[in-house]
Design a protein around this ligand. Sequence first.
Ligand code: F6R
Length: 633
Amino acid sequence: MCGIVGYIGMQAASEILLAGLEKLEYRGYDSAGIATVGEGEIHCVRAKGKLQNLRSKLEGIENPSQIGIGHTRWATHGKPEEYNAHPHMDVAQRVAVVQNGIVENFRELRLELQQKGHEFKSDTDTEVIPHLIAEHLAHPESAAPATLASSPFLEAVRQAVNHLEGAFAIAVINADYPDELIVARQQAPLSIGFGQGEFFCASDTPALIPHTRAVLTMENGELAKLTPLGVEIYSFAGDRIKKSPRTLTWNPIVVEKQGFKHFMLKEIYEQPGVVRGCLEAYTESTWDASHDTPPVNLGLDESFYENLDRVQILACGTSWHAGLIGKYLLEQLAGIPTMVQYASEFRYAPAPVTANTLTIGVTQSGETADTLAALAMEKERRKSLKPEYQPRLLGITNRPESSLGYLVPNIIDTHAGIEIGVAATKTFVAQVMAFYALALDVAYRRQMLTLERIQEILGGLRQLPGQIELVLESQERYIEELAHEFGDTQDFIFLGRGINFPIALEGALKLKEISYIHAEGYPAGEMKHGPIALLDAKVPVVAIAMAGSVYDKVLSNAQEAKARDARLIGVTPMDDKEAAETFDDLLPVPVVDEILSPLLSVIPLQLLAYHIAARRGLDVDQPRNLAKSVTVE
Ligand code: F6R
């Protein structure tokens, strides 16, 4: 979703801004723009479409300005046209603003400002902000607090943001204050990067790490003044806040393609390493049933596990699918009743409050507005209740530095690192790994599994990196070839049962997201209750038939599809004669304990989606209309 960058220092700003926006491209956008201050004027250039269009417009323009802001826009209010692209300016073109989020009360503000003579040029909610700031600069509504008396521009921004409702992050420059870059955050991410005599801001850290690892994540209700001399942070009430940056341990190399054609493919190939990383982080490599120490250490306080009766998991999209596998594991291994709810549904129709309940938010970005709002709502509605109803919140994410990290007191870091491809792959596998660790941890503490069974499952998990590598090595070429056969296909059905039902959903979601082919996932046993009507020779059916309790059932369901002429593709155990006789195309994976099978069955489905989309020549890493981080409702 939208991206913000800002720079103030001693270098020419525009190239730094463009390079920063390129690092945020992965989030999804449909137009872009930058504004700089030079010779007492704001120089603003915007373009519809890809960043290359903006680059072309800027080519040949000498711009030595050392302060500027930039934006990639993902349309919410108003079409993706140049006139709606950010930065937006006030009437006199002295103030320029970029914004992420949504100003919910923009209609009222716009009307008020129009009555005061402000003319608007876009359909966006953002445009009210520069007008509002200009209005507060010209007519401050009250005397500035002592802390801000010497900073009229900062004070005007402070007064303006206090009138904004919604979730937003902004960066603002002013032609009359060429040494000040003002930023503010209210429920949309924004970080400040500290360099030597130069400072950066960005809505996501990949835009900062090429310049600095010293990063300060702003919190809700904070604004900051960046000058070449330093950074001052204030609350929206005007109180000065003392804060220091922390050092990111990231390596800039993680945001490069490293020879892969797309980030998505690179991230699919990173999955064996992700599983290894999770095992190293959560488990003791020498643990076996003879040990009297816990098999898993998630770094959570002992009190976290006390009197745990229920779990509710809140998430969206692929993270919701990881949550469904989490439910299976928590119920089947640890015996804890668990429900999984779409965060966007839960926030307006929450389940009744139950005692001793752990609420888990799962999100790869750590910034999904619906997930954060659902967790905040849960925290709020429980806080005045009796002790057993008090909020117990846990976040599962690969971005512990995100807004999620500030909202919940406990985080399981999935150690997947940043994911650039919009379609989630390695972060999904890492979220599922976190659920294995949590379920085994709780099962051990509640004595729901024998130590021998825990040892068996852990042993199986340790085999997985090698087995995923084997699937990648043995399948990719074949799947690439297979993808050629679906050039004209318009619909796909994915079937799975038990712990692999969420993988059917995930396979379908991956395919529709990046190839734009209509795809649905169903529990295999449900097909005969309706979806079977869709089947004919034009609708391929992908069935996940892993060895275990539902293997025969899935094969029977697949036969029902075959009888309707559907082309049958099976994700099956390797060297399985029955499967070879049933399916037209085989995507075999090593035979593993059924409980571990989703981590293998998902791999060929990721590759299938990837190759079908790549074969169609589509923008795999930045599919249309999608965003990596969905920061609006
Ligand atoms: C799927 C995908 C989306 C996200 C969803 C939630 O490939 O990327 O469906 O899973 O938008 O995002 P997070 O996990 O960031 O909360």
